[in-house]
Design a protein around this ligand. Sequence first.
Ligand SMILES: [Zn+2]
Ligand SMILES: [Zn+2]
Length: 338
Amino acid sequence: MRAVVLQSPGSLEIVDRDIPRPHRGEVLVRIKATGICSTDLMVYQGRQPVTMPIVPGHEGAGVVEAVGEGVVGFQLGDPVIAEGSWGCQICAACQGGREPLCPNRVSQGRTRDGTFAEFLVAPTRGLHMIPRDLDFGIAQALISVACSVRAMRRGRPEFGDSVAIFGPGIAGLILSQLAHDNGASGVTMFGTRDWRLDMAANLGADETINVRQDGWMERARSLTNDQGFDVVFETSGDPNALSDAFELVKTGGRIVVFSVYEDVIDAFPAQLLYRKEVSVIGVRGGAGGYPLAIDLVRAGRVQLDPLVTHRLPLDEAQEGFRLMERRDEGVQRIALLP
Ligand SMILES: [Zn+2]
Ligand SMILES: [Zn+2]
């Protein structure tokens, strides 16, 4: 099979590999589409602690090509998505139902070879059936929906809450749809690029604010009559946005941190944490969010079509990363098609 291998930061190679064989409880998936997520970009740029060479990618959809011994519930030809990572099932975290916190977690494209290949072996506990009529180029983004479902469950905005989201990337744009659908009194999207904010406006955000414009903070405050937002989701990965979240959250409100920050954040607004009694909630991965994510997309309650802006052959993975690095207008999710 063909696989994309990251040899060193920024250097990809297309290699020929043996097709892996599924062991007991595992399934061989023929990958039909795999997305380039911002986490993959960090791996590609060497900004994540990953041992190379490695096959990147953790958001993949495809069909069951072969099943290992003892597999039930999956048959040849079934359309599936593979979870981005999975727990060991035996540690205290896994046993206690907190699988995302498993210290032995297997993460595709980070601790083991990932989805940028023609085939992938995954355990059935990390696989989900998807609707037969769902396009694979769209289905790969279900992993991002599952993560957003988990962010909603962690942040639990209530009916009528005001919601702010920093970062109109794919996660932020899914969250704005979920928050709107959940009965938020208003969803305000904050970003730095107008075309992405326009996308947000088309996908359920009631207000959009470009934080590069003068007076944006005052405008944001006025949207809630200076009360602040009940729940703020920080998905941009920008430490400044985290500080801004503390400024804009309501007293007693919640900040959901759904970002990977690279460095130590030294301008943490600790005074506001105390003064406003803010709850800060971390989110890692989408474990447990997959069945609902699939149902929401099947029912048309989360629009993914506008978010998948590019489709490239798998061999052009390097071009895909370049497109993301250049931050060109119109680039959101890039799907690679083996
Ligand atoms: Zn991802
Ligand atoms: Zn575990």
